[in-house]
Design a protein around this ligand. Structure first.
Ligand code: NCD
Ligand code: ZN
Ligand code: ZN
Length: 370
């Protein structure tokens, strides 16, 4: 897009986040307002300890999320969309109950693939009767698409997952709705684009903005470490092309995954990037750089709702092209939370209630406390 004629504000139908980690307790209370200001709804991932593996647990978690919502302002009507954690033992009968309770999908974590995935699926064949019930009930399977085989190079785990798991799965369950979550590779984007039938993919801001060099430049950078790990530049470019193309198969899913800063900044540091505080601004930067701002609304506000057969939102949010500095650190219960790009300047700013208060924080503000 030509800078001279580029619009300086951008108004979108209220967007949704189709992949989000909200945690629980004090962490939930700390992060929920950030998402609630940006998004009307979010698909809440079930990887708590213990995992949210039953309808009863999901409804109790939903009640805790609703209790942590802002009581007034733009986030007060935020709606969490709940998921169940698929295990080797999820009973097929739970699926009808899930659909009746408004659960929007089941999350497949291959055992050992990522944060709190030890209760995950050890062999997809163990879940066949449950997958069959999901296909019948029209409940989507949300997939963390990486093999866990230690013989497979870390950077190849998504591509190998497509061949070893996803293609056979879709052959066996051709009408099962599948969301390939947080795709990170050209292979992932091309597979989804070319596939027949009900498959879509979420794309995170970090995988659109950065390649794997970010993890290693100027010393080890733990805040760029997430799973699936950032990939090489060719993959980033393929993701940008897919996400900004206007194809309805690709939609916004931040995978915002808060971890206390001290647990990321040590040996064995946790995987996850925290992007919820400025997600729309980050995506806007990507779409602007690709000359595709006109496709941001589809990606952020329409494609996900359409895929899940949920109504599109009413109301709007507005972004203004005006530089501001993202706080370096945010409160996170007793700890600190470092947002991706913390302390750096963002090009776009969400004009939305108290959210804009983060600009130009005085140094004694609680938001800047480490
Ligand atoms: C997520 C988390 O911390 O819950 N981490 C991450 O790096 N994305 C788990 C996940 O989505 O795989
Ligand atoms: Zn994941
Ligand atoms: Zn995730």
């Amino acid at each position: 897009m030509n800078r001279m004629t580029a619009p300086s504000t951008l108004t979108l139908t209220r967007p949704d986040d189709w992949h989000l980690h909200l945690r629980d307790g004090a962490a939930l209370a700390a992060v929920l307002p950030h998402t609630a200001r940006q998004f009307a709804r979010a698909v809440v991932m079930p990887n708590l300890r213990p995992p949210v593996s039953t309808v009863a647990l999901a409804l109790a978690y939903r009640a805790r999320i609703l209790a942590a919502r802002p009581t007034e302002g733009p986030g007060a009507d935020f709606e969490p969309l709940m998921t169940l954690y698929l295990t080797d033992n999820t009973p097929p009968d739970e699926i009808r109950l899930a659909r009746e309770a408004g659960i929007v999908g089941l999350k497949l974590y291959p055992a050992g693939a990522t944060t709190h995935s030890d209760a995950g699926v050890t062999d997809l064949r163990k879940t066949w009767r449950t997958l069959d019930a999901m296909q019948r009930e029209g409940l989507p399977l949300l997939v963390h698409g990486e093999v866990t085989d230690p013989a497979v190079d870390l950077f190849d785990r998504e591509a190998v997952f497509i061949d070893r798991e996803l293609i056979p799965l879709r052959r066996d369950f051709p009408s099962l709705k599948i969301v390939f979550e947080h795709i990170t590779t050209r292979e992932g984007a091309q597979y989804v684009l070319g596939a027949e039938g009900p498959i879509g993919a979420t794309v995170t801001p970090q995988h659109l903005l950065y390649n794997r060099n970010a993890i290693f430049s100027g010393g080890l950078q733990p805040h760029f470490y997430c799973l699936p790990v950032l990939k090489a530049e060719v993959h980033r470019q393929a993701l940008v092309e897919a996400a900004t193309s206007g194809s309805p198969k690709f939609f916004l899913g931040t995978d915002s995954a808060p971890h206390a800063a001290h647990l990321k900044e040590h040996a064995g540091g946790h995987a996850g990037c925290y992007t919820a505080f400025s997600a729309l601004e980050l995506y806007a930067e990507v779409f602007e750089a690709a000359g595709a701002l006109e496709h941001l609304e589809g990606f952020a506000s329409f494609h996900g709702a359409d895929f899940y057969s949920l109504p599109r939102n009413s109301g709007t949010v507005t972004l203004r092209r005006e530089a501001w500095t993202l706080p370096e650190s945010l409160p996170f219960g007793e700890a600190a939370l470092k947002p991706l790009r913390g302390g750096e300047t963002l090009r776009w700013q969400l004009l939305d209630g108290s959210r804009t208060m983060a600009v130009g924080l005085p140094s004694d503000s609680p938001l800047t406390a480490a």
